[in-house]
Design a protein around this ligand. Structure first.
Ligand code: ADP
Ligand code: MG
Length: 261
């Protein structure tokens, strides 16, 4: 099992990208679990046609501990196991604390042993890397972390904070940085700005995704690009990124696939 946390600024494209990576890996025959750790609770929307699922925090609020693993984990497209941590009632409670509760509940109820996923994705909001939001990179949750950014100032600012948090934990045997994914917004000198940031944090670029209207079209259909437009250029970009992410995690993929990308 490889556990991957993807961090980035809100709205940068984490959930869209991860959902497409999940589908790409599921289509290769891997069992994938995607855990949304964003109070917005929309990480897995496009994996189950937009139908809202119970969030772990809703379950805890309504049922205390009187719920099962199956109440938390919903099977989406291609057998992908979907979980949404959820968030506190607005104005009350702490979103970071909510993520800690959600991850603890998954573990207590044996999610990893029961489903035995090959790949687990944590989709984590990286605007504030407080104790709760840094939970997936600590205490044995994720093995590798990937940061998604564009060349926009605020996205790089958030990315730099995430890199600092990872660096602060590095001597404790926690997750290490797998690399950076550029999700383009087509701002001026975008690649130069992101490459400069990557050099500053001594990391590497794992992949680049172009900005493409087809992503929004798929979202309107409440589907991933891989499901809605499997033959598109964008679908191929996600497939190649999935392969690069696995390789950055030390997974070997076959040569035939490498030459396709
Ligand atoms: P996050 O999970 O980081 O908050 P989302 O995945 O919800 O962000 O993406 C925010 C918006 O950006 C969505 O409307 C999504 O369709 C759009 N988007 C993401 N990546 C791309 C892309 N490569 N091209 C075009 N639109 C994109
Ligand atoms: Mg999201």
């Amino acid at each position: 099992m490889i556990k991957i946390a993807v961090y980035g600024k809100g709205g940068i494209g984490k959930s869209t990208t991860i959902s497409n990576l999940s589908v790409a890996l599921a289509k290769k025959g891997l069992k994938v679990m995607q855990i949304g750790c964003d109070p917005k609770a929309d990480s897995t929307t496009n994996l189950h046609n937009g139908i809202e699922i119970n969030t772990v925090l809703d379950l805890v609020r309504e049922k205390k501990d009187d719920f099962t693993l199956e109440d938390m984990v919903v099977e989406g497209d291609n057998g992908i196991l979907c979980v949404e941590a959820g968030g506190p009632t607005p104005g009350m409670g702490c979103a970071g604390r909510g993520i800690i509760t959600a991850l603890e509940k998954l573990e207590q109820k044996g999610a990893y042993e029961t489903y035995k996923p090959d790949v687990v994705f944590y989709d984590v909001l990286g605007d504030v890397v407080c104790g709760g939001f840094s939970m997936p990179m600590r205490a044995g949750y994720a093995d590798k972390i990937f940061i998604i950014t564009s060349g926009e100032y605020m996205a790089i600012h958030a990315a730099a904070n995430i890199a600092t948090a990872i660096d602060n934990f590095k001597n404790r045997g926690y997750a290490s940085l797998g690399g950076v994914i550029l999700n383009k917004r087509n701002v001026k000198d975008e690649e130069e700005k992101v490459n400069e940031f990557i050099e500053n944090i001594d990391s590497k670029l794992v992949g680049t995704l172009n900005r493409d209207e087809i992503v929004i079209q798929a979202e309107e259909m409440k589907k991933t690009v891989l499901e809605a437009f499997p033959d598109s250029d964008m679908a191929k970009e996600y497939e190649c990124l999935a392969q690069s992410v696995l390789e950055a995690c030390g997974y070997k993929t076959c040569e035939k696939e490498v030459s396709k990308c």
